[in-house]
Design a protein around this ligand. Structure first.
Ligand code: ATP
Ligand code: MG
Length: 424
């Protein structure tokens, strides 16, 4: 994409009420748009990042036999009455509205009820199980606090996966598969080293649930990390019993602030019982369906990446998530050799479907470099009269600041994996 065509611009100043670092950075870089407090839209560069995060999660969900769907945000009161979660006394973050005929509607804050209700249409016999269903879908929550930028918003994308199993044992095995899948996901998202499988409260059906907590100053949670075991305990459940269960000595723990990027939960038969979701086993006997639910907040992940993978110049996106693979910057005036070369490189890489941002704007080098650092694409290639004289383009890695001059052909090869006798 040509930067001269991009409708968004980087900004020097952002509103003073924006106190979260992730929102400050992403607003300045032109990745997000603030609609109202706790409500943000995603602009071209930001949407690319969000979609990259979504794609990593999708690949891993498919790898554990997830089937992707998309449920509705508008919800029927009657379905939620069955678990008593319509009542504001039980759930205080609903956004509710009404149809013209006065019947009540709500905007989904999660989907256990409607998905369990829907599955009653498809699950009859033991042959119909197990099934694993997920979606990327907008949730609405009337959160009291919305001061963490895109890490806690009132309208947000969630990946929610639900499992439907024959038995508790089968459910437990799938729960472990999801846990391992999440470990892989956060590693791929560049958060592996800072993200801990964290013991948290389990609700009615299991002693603990697991949260995936990423250590981060801006996080709203407090966790106790055990370095050697590579696990953590949420402050909410920290007590002698948990320490005993996990065989952990309190002195081996240190407290960290963290943000919950994902969580996995055993639901037992709470929702299937309430919705009447059951199956007939091999012997014709009616049995309840065992369930689990598993969430990840892709936009919260993006916020945590902005908080943790950035410096005073801007973002440092990991490769899999970056909005573009390469930032090609031309310092030549229009008509100059440098500009022509830059155009040639852009066209050649585009032919090979390499996703690059091409700074073809008529602005000074200082502004181009500052913008490039702020946007944070992993690699930058600068074409100037000077670089051409030195033998090609100057490439610079955003993360390490290491730079070197390489021949243009080498740059092309780096991004196209072309072999020496390739005809491209
Ligand atoms: P928290 O404890 O942070 O309020 P939660 O326990 O209510 O979150 P879930 O309902 O399990 O979270 O949601 C699944 C995932 O969705 C969370 O792990 C988080 O990544 C994301 N998420 C939850 N609430 C928000 C929000 N308000 N804004 C953005 N992402 C969110
Ligand atoms: Mg939580």
């Amino acid at each position: 994409m040509r930067q001269s065509q991009l409708f968004t611009k980087t900004r020097k100043e952002i509103p003073s009420e924006e106190t979260a670092k992730n929102a400050q950075l992403l607003l300045r870089a032109g990745f997000i748009h603030k609609e109202i407090a706790g409500v943000y839209g995603f602009l071209p560069l930001g949407l690319k990042v969000l979609n990259n995060i979504v794609q990593v999660i999708r690949e891993e969900m498919n790898a554990i036999d997830g089937q992707e769907i998309s449920m509705t945000a508008l919800q029927d009161k009657a379905v939620w009455d069955k678990t008593d979660r319509w009542d504001d006394k039980n759930v205080d973050i609903w956004f509710k509205t009404k149809l013209k005929n006065d019947s009540a509607l709500g905007l989904s804050f999660t989907h256990e009820e409607p998905i369990t209700n829907m599955m009653t249409q498809f699950v009859r016999s033991y042959r119909d199980l197990p099934k694993f269903v997920y979606q990327f879908q907008t949730k609405f929550r009337n959160e009291t606090r919305a001061k963490s930028g895109i890490m806690r918003t009132r309208e947000f994308l969630m990946k929610d996966l639900y499992s439907f199993c024959h038995t508790q044992k089968e459910q437990d095995i799938y729960y472990d598969r999801v846990k391992n899948s999440y470990i892989k996901i956060f590693r791929r998202l560049g958060l592996g080293e800072k993200t801990y499988v964290t013991f948290a409260s389990g609700g009615t059906f299991s002693k603990y649930s697991h949260e995936f907590q990423t250590v981060c100053e801006a996080g709203e949670d407090e966790i106790y990390v055990h370095d050697e075991k590579n696990i953590a305990i949420n402050k909410e459940v920290m007590n002698p019993e948990v320490l005993k269960d996990l065989g952990i000595d309190e002195k081996d723990l240190h407290m960290e602030k963290a943000s919950e990027v994902g969580n996995i939960f055993s639901l037992g038969t709470r929702f299937s019982d309430a919705m009447g979701l059951s199956y007939t086993d091999e012997f014709g006997e009616k049995k309840p369906v065992w369930m689990g639910s598993y969430g990840i907040g892709p936009a919260r992940v993006m916020g945590v990446l902005a908080e943790t993978l950035s410096d005073d110049r801007g973002m440092i996106w990991p490769h899999e998530i970056a909005p573009f693979a390469l930032h090609l910057v031309s310092l030549g005036k229009e008509g100059s050799d440098a500009h022509k070369k830059a155009e040639e490189i852009y066209e050649e890489l585009r032919k090979h479907k390499v996703d690059i941002l091409f700074d073809d704007r008529e602005v000074g080098a200082g502004e181009k470099f500052a913008d490039s650092d702020l946007i944070g694409i992993p690699m930058r290639a600068v074409v100037s009269e000077k670089s051409l004289l030195a033998g090609g383009v100057e490439i610079k890695e955003r993360k390490s600041d290491k730079d070197e001059i390489i021949p243009i052909e080498q740059l092309i090869k780096m991004y196209t994996n072309c072999c020496d006798d390739c005809n491209h």
